[in-house]
Write a protein that binds this ligand. Structure first.
Ligand SMILES: *[C@@H]1O[C@H](CO)[C@@H](O)[C@H](O)[C@H]1NC(C)=O
Ligand SMILES: *[C@@H]1O[C@H](CO)[C@@H](O)[C@H](O)[C@H]1NC(C)=O
Ligand SMILES: *[C@@H]1O[C@H](CO)[C@@H](O)[C@H](O)[C@H]1NC(C)=O
Ligand SMILES: *[C@@H]1O[C@H](CO)[C@@H](O)[C@H](O)[C@H]1NC(C)=O
Length: 326
């Protein structure tokens, strides 16, 4: 066999391309280089300037789940409203407790694996100081009777409560509070945070159909529900709401629902009012507040308007909130 020897011949550098560039440089010289340099500098400056006006997304976390309900299987009622939280308050020594009151019931919404959002009205105080020890919550709960445990439920204690500093009990102003769970919850089929309306801050939801859920009496004279029920209601214009509500002024940071013929009892204080966005994700837009003066026909339900408190919620919790892409 003959071995094949291949002589290595280096390819000569192809200068033709560079020749063109050289010619070009000779023609336009320093002027072109200068222009290129200044244009680049200008571009960078413009980019940084424009960036100042593009809002960052400091509260947002991707790659997570919120506001999603699984299809309920036949008669299964668990996990229908997986952010609904039951809240039991031991009223021993609590300020504002009425005589012989041993326990109070409220609701809250799971907004993060460690945080709940509720009404300030629900927070127990002892000597003017919020008392987390007086609260037991049940996440993934469907039964109001918390001792009748459901397979889906997880009980938690609360180790921190932050009430809005401008909260005023008499006039129900800034009726909002966040509570930190002693142990975080994991998403299950029955437990899932609701989305905060981070992408819908400019909406007033007027005329939109929204859903309130709870265990409370959902219509006047009806008995208290033992399992979570939901009612769809339209959002009322705030000015109209203010006219209906003679007892209290209705401010912009409140939201009203009203439907003729339906009463104003809308579930439990502190519970969620949700709106389904175009991507099929439930957004928490209200916290059930004082409209729950039941039995007064023709009075709208009033909620704390969550979109006005996004900054407050973020600053109070210092966590990022889920905003799924889809
Ligand atoms: C309620 O709180 C009081 C005082 O802290 C305590 O003695 C009592 O056992 C509590 N009740 C329940 C049902 O936990
Ligand atoms: C417990 O809750 C279920 C509904 O989840 C209900 O059917 C049952 O009657 C309740 N049991 C008691 C003892 O209340
Ligand atoms: C939640 O998930 C983490 C990580 O998978 C696990 O370590 C933790 O025990 C879970 N917590 C609960 C309450 O299931
Ligand atoms: C908020 O969270 C960030 C990141 O986890 C942390 O660096 C910062 O110290 C926190 N701020 C407060 C006021 O807790």
């Amino acid at each position: 066999m003959e071995s094949l020897e291949v002589e290595y011949v280096p390819t000569p550098p192809d200068n033709s391309r560079f020749r063109g560039v050289k010619k070009f440089l000779k023609k336009c010289g320093c002027f072109c280089l200068g222009m290129t340099f200044s244009m680049t500098l200008f571009g960078l400056t413009l980019y940084n300037f424009i960036r100042l006006f593009i809002p960052e997304e400091p509260y947002v976390r991707r790659g997570c789940q919120c506001g999603h309900r699984y299809e309920s299987v036949q008669d299964e009622v668990f996990g229908e409203w997986p952010w609904q939280v039951a809240m039991r308050i031991n009223m021993t020594d609590v300020d504002h407790a009425v005589e012989d009151e041993v326990e109070k019931f409220c609701a809250a919404s799971l907004i993060h694996e460690e945080w709940l959002l509720t009404a300030a009205d629900c927070v127990p105080y002892i000597g003017g100081v919020p008392k987390p020890e007086a609260i037991v919550v049940s996440v993934g709960e469907v039964n109001k009777d918390m001792w009748n445990y459901t397979v889906s439920a997880e009980e938690r204690s609360v180790d921190l409560i932050i009430v809005h500093k401008d909260y005023e009990r008499e006039r129900h102003l800034d009726d909002i509070a966040v509570m930190h769970l002693s142990t975080p919850v994991n998403d299950t089929k029955y437990i899932m945070p609701v989305c905060l309306p981070l992408k819908h801050m400019d909406l007033n939801f007027e005329g939109e159909t929204v859903t309130v859920t709870g265990w409370g009496t959902l219509s006047f004279n009806q008995r208290v529900s033992e399992t979570v029920i939901a009612v769809d209601l339209p959002v009322l214009n705030n000015d109209k709401c203010d006219i209906y509500h003679k007892d209290y002024p209705v401010w912009e940071d409140m939201l009203c629902t009203y439907e003729r013929g339906r009463d104003s009892c809308q579930g439990d204080s502190g519970g969620p009012l949700v709106w389904l966005n175009e991507k099929g994700r439930y957004q928490l837009i209200g916290v059930t507040s004082f409209g729950t003066i039941c039995g007064k026909a023709g009075s709208p339900g009033v909620y704390t308007r969550v979109t006005t408190y996004i900054d407050w919620i973020q600053q109070s919790t210092n966590v990022t909130f889920c905003m799924p892409k889809k």
